[in-house]
Design a protein around this ligand. Structure first.
Ligand code: AHR
Length: 357
């Protein structure tokens, strides 16, 4: 009987000790509370970035990180989706649980976002889409979008080729193009692929094949290697970003062929998009890439302006298109005109520093 009593006294003492220990404020708890105070005052932004496939993407992530700092009054929660939509959906659900103030989404592909964006809307969290678009049945699922007109980029690049070949009296039937596409289903791929396909049809060019290159150098090289084995008449390669272009150049040179603008004399002309990677810009200066249609990655300050407007009760426009230019090796083509609008080209005379507007 006595032993049993002692046992229960011991149990009660141990439980009391545990409570006292847990209740005591450790230095880490104090720090955490301080951190939470900062967070409470800051605007919390959950950013689901799609991956890190290209130099453009790195510049875009850096622009967001440099903008949404504690000094600027923000706490940024950055999640890398590693090219998988499932990871991005998971990140958005976590942001909802964390009750962030804003969700910013750079979607890997356009479709498949309705359900998770409805969840964010139901939770009352505004969603801003950046870079690529989402294709949803109800546009009220996101507040607004900011990014590039990818089809216009493609049309401008194609129009540059059209003018270049006309100036050099190269007949359209002698133009044999391969398209190394980006990630299939991404707005940048859809728009750029369409820009070229439409121009090929209307100008009478031979578009030999369009193959996915995932926006990476490794895939660009791999795809170009097999295209060179399959076709012996390629004289233009249209790469949907600079990283793919660098891979394609590696493959062309390894195969013993030359990149350049003498496309009726065995050279292969490289056309590309972005203008972020310095090696690619050097290639424009040297003539290995003849033309780059700019794609501007510096969206951090643009998203911040939108958030500030929302904080003040303003209503942003639904779509913000970024102004973009063209980079070329020389001024053979002085400007390109699409839908009556004239776009100037910038001849790359030196490389380094900031290229963007
Ligand atoms: O969505 C923008 C595109 O994505 C860029 O052109 C490309 O480099 C990136 O991976």
């Amino acid at each position: 009987m006595m032993a049993r009593k002692k046992f229960w006294v011991a149990v009660v003492v141990i439980i009391l000790c545990i409570f006292i220990f847990l209740g005591r404020e450790s230095p880490q708890t104090a720090d955490k509370e301080e951190e939470e105070t900062v967070t409470e005052e800051s605007i919390v932004v959950g950013f689901s970035q799609l991956g890190a496939e290209s130099d453009w993407r790195s510049a875009n992530s850096e622009s967001m990180r440099a903008t949404f700092t504690e000094e600027n009054g923000y706490k940024l929660i950055f999640e890398d989706g590693q090219q998988k939509q499932a990871n991005q959906i998971m990140a958005i659900r976590t942001f909802i649980q964390q009750e962030v103030d804003y969700i910013v989404l750079a979607p890997v592909t356009e479709t498949g976002w309705d359900t998770v964006l409805q969840e964010a809307k139901d939770a009352g969290i505004p969603v801003i889409i950046v870079d690529r678009m989402v294709n949803v049945s109800d546009e009220s699922l996101f507040v607004c979008w900011v990014g590039s007109d990818f089809e216009l980029e493609g049309r401008r690049a194609a129009e540059w080729l059209n003018q270049y070949t006309q100036i050099h009296d190269i007949p359209p039937e002698e133009i044999n193009i391969v398209n190394i596409q980006g990630t299939i289903g991404a707005s940048a791929q859809i728009g750029r692929t369409k820009g070229l396909a439409d121009a090929s049809r209307s100008n009478g060019w031979n578009l030999l094949e369009a193959v996915p290159g995932d926006f990476t150098r490794a895939k660009g090289r791999e795809v170009m290697e097999s295209l060179l084995k399959k076709y012996n008449n390629i004289n233009v390669v249209y790469c949907e970003n600079d990283n793919e272009a660098l891979g394609a150049i590696d493959a062309i040179e390894t195969a013993g062929k030359r990149v350049g603008s003498h496309i009726t004399h065995g050279e292969i002309m490289v056309i590309s998009f972005d203008g972020v990677n310095q090696e690619a810009m050097q290639h424009v200066k040297d003539g290995k890439i003849r033309c780059i249609a700019e794609c501007n990655p510096l969206h951090g300050p643009r998203v911040r302006t939108i958030i500030e407007m929302l904080e003040e009760g303003g209503v942003p426009d639904k779509f913000y298109y970024v102004e973009e230019g063209m980079y070329t090796h020389d001024d053979t083509v002085k400007s390109v005109t699409v839908d009556g609008k004239v776009y100037p080209v910038t001849v790359v005379r030196h490389v380094g520093g900031e290229n963007f507007h």
